[in-house]
Each structure stands twice: as structure tokens, then as C-alpha cells.
Design a protein around this ligand. Structure first.
Ligand SMILES: [Mg+2]
Length: 334
């Protein structure tokens, strides 16, 4: 652990900060030893395998402090990793949180961030079991690791899509991208679209329901845009895909906002990231079961395309013409 040099945090000190954070943490019977020792001790449920996923959120790359209030930033930091565990069909269980804190960061910011983080944790039965804090000379950096578990036969990978399978998505697509577009251009937009960007909901119960029913042949969460994320399923399954643009699920707020834009609305739905919906493939004989299974979780599901045997992912308009991508999903190294 690194000594905190922040003037705001100096009085509290690193160990004071850790006590302050751990005071709000709930526990669970799976946590034998939580925060406070050199390492946490946890117990997997009988017969289950562990799933681990980590995400880094860097100020001015993944979020801006002027847009993102600390409470929803705390929520989103954890939501992104919970969503990855869900996309494998796993139960999210334990989280590690590491923070590099700039010296001008008020203690209130950290308190609100932690309230958001721990609210997202408790909504998803996740326990914070450890982490690290240090000072940052420039930006705020948040690193979150979530561990989950599932029976081996229920884990859903990206690699199981078969030619002829349907391609499905939960909820609606493109809302977060419109939220981002409106913030970047200072336009007024409905709160619903801003919230989709700033405070996304990981689709844990829908993912678990699909995994338990054995309905999904492959699954991923839509963090970088449908074309890019389905592209990962296609690549790892050795298949291709055809997305039907007319079938993309679009929210009312999305349709109202994009009606006056010079850009095709489908661009946001196909290439916009951070919706954290699930994209999955399933045998076409399971259509009714899937609709039933997802509706029971209180969200919508839409069939948006078909898995093809030839490689390459295309999107086609209603008249059969090919969509020409205006940009791919977000790629940090481009
Ligand atoms: Mg993911």
C-alpha cells in the first residue's frame, strides 16, 4: 500500500480512509475473512467454479467529474464488472476496489462514491472484501475486480454460437450513446438517456435465468456497441452474423431524440457503447422459452439477427441494403 499524500485526506490517513470505507460494508456467509487482514478468505459454493473480471475507470477517458456525480460514478464502477460476470451466466459475489485519489478530491466525494458503490453491491448481493488506496498526481483512477461463481455446466462463453442460431438483445440499444452525445454537445435530452449512460443497470437476473435454463449458446454484455460485441461472439465461435436493423429495440426517448439528427439512428444502436445490455445467441427452437424467461425478469428481449456460417458481421436495412459502419465500437488503442 502507498502512503496517501492528499491534503484533503492527510488528516484521515490511509488507514482512516480504509476504516471509513469498511464501516459501510455488509458481509455474507461466503466471506470468512473480509477487509482488514492481508488477504480476504472466501468460500465458493459447492461444485462451483470462480469467474473473475476486472475493469479500470480513468478520469477523462471513461468519465468526467463535471458530468458524473460521485454517487452514480460509484455505482457504475461496480456495475461494469458485475455486468461481465453476468454475461458469463455467473452469480456476482465479491469485489475488490482500488482507488488512486487526486489531492484536490474532497472527502465528501469519496463518501458519496462509496455510498453508490456499496448500494450497487448490495442490490446485487456483492460483498466488498478488499482493495487498495493511493494518491494520484493527476487523475482519479478507479479499478474494480469482481469475482463470481457458477456451476461449470451453466457458465456461458462467447464461443458457443452455432450457425442458424438467433441473435438476441435485452432492453434497448443506443440510449447511453445518445446520453453521451447530448452531454458532449450540450444538448437537452431526457433524463432517462443520461441515466442510461451515468447509472447503467447490469442485467444479472436475466443472465442468470438464461444460464439456469441452458438457453443461451453464447453471451456477452454490450459495453462497446452491438456490432463490436457481437463481433467478439462471432470471432470466438468461428461464425458470422447478420443483424436486422429494423428489429433493433429502440426506446421512445431514443427515437424522439434521433428523429432530428443528421446521423442514422441505427448508428447509435449498432455502435454506441455502455448500454450494458446482454447480447446472446440461442437455438431458433427456443424462441418462446426465451421470451418467457426474460419477461419474468421484468425486461424486454428482442431477436435482432441470425448467426451465419460465413465469417463477418453485417447489418442490413429493411430493403436488404447493407449498413455501412460510420465507426466501430469504442477502442482505446485506436
Ligand atoms: Mg464484457
Amino acid at each position: 500500500m502507498t502512503h496517501l499524500s492528499s491534503s484533503t485526506l492527510t488528516k484521515l490517513g490511509e488507514f482512516g480512509l480504509i476504516s471509513r470505507i469498511s464501516a459501510g460494508v455488509c458481509t455474507h456467509e461466503s466471506v470468512i475473512t473480509g477487509i482488514g487482514d492481508d488477504a480476504a478468505v472466501t468460500e465458493l459454493s459447492s461444485g462451483m467454479q470462480m469467474l473473475t473480471s476486472t475493469d479500470m475507470l480513468l478520469e477523462d477517458v471513461h468519465f468526467r467529474r463535471c458530468w458524473h456525480d460521485p454517487y452514480s460514478l460509484g455505482r457504475k464502477s461496480l456495475a461494469a464488472s458485475i455486468s461481465d460476470i453476468a454475461a458469463m451466466g455467473g452469480f456476482p459475489r465479491w469485489a475488490l476496489l482500488s482507488l488512486a485519489l487526486p489531492s484536490d478530491l474532497p472527502l465528501d466525494f469519496i463518501d458519496d462514491f462509496m455510498r453508490g458503490f456499496l448500494a450497487m453491491a448490495s442490490e446485487n448481493q456483492v460483498v466488498l472484501i478488499g482493495g487498495d488506496t493511493c494518491s494520484s498526481r493527476s487523475a482519479l483512477v478507479v479499478s474494480v475486480t469482481v469475482m463470481g461463481e457458477q456451476l461449470p455446466e451453466r457458465i456461458v462463453r462467447r464461443s458457443g454460437a452455432m450457425p442458424g442460431d438467433d441473435i438476441w438483445v435485452t432492453g434497448t440499444l443506443g440510449d447511453a450513446a445518445i446520453g453521451l452525445e447530448s452531454l458532449e454537445n450540450g444538448k437537452t435530452v431526457s433524463d432517462e438517456l443520461i441515466l442510461r449512460l451515468l447509472d447503467p443497470t447490469p442485467r444479472v437476473s436475466a443472465a442468470l435465468a438464461l444460464a439456469e435454463a441452458g438457453l443461451a449458446t453464447a453471451m456477452i454484455d454490450v459495453s462497446d456497441g452491438l456490432m463490436a460485441d457481437y463481433g467478439h461472439i462471432a470471432e470466438q465461435s468461428g461464425v458470422g452474423g447478420r443483424i436486422l436493423i429494423a428489429d433493433l429495440p429502440l426506446s421512445d426517448s431514443f427515437q424522439r431524440y434521433t428523429a432530428d439528427l443528421p446521423i442514422l439512428p441505427c448508428h447509435f444502436a449498432l455502435s454506441g457503447g455502455e448500454d450494458y445490455e446482454l447480447c446472446f445467441t440461442a437455438n431458433s427452437s427456443d424462441r418462446e422459452k426465451i421470451i418467457d424467461c426474460i419477461k419474468k425478469c421484468g425486461i424486454e428481449v428482442a431477436r435482432v439477427g441470425i448467426v451465419t456460417s460465413c465469417s463477418g458481421v453485417t447489418a442490413v436495412h429493411r430493403d436488404g441494403s447493407l449498413y455501412i459502419a460510420q465507426a466501430d465500437g469504442f477502442n482505446h488503442f485506436k
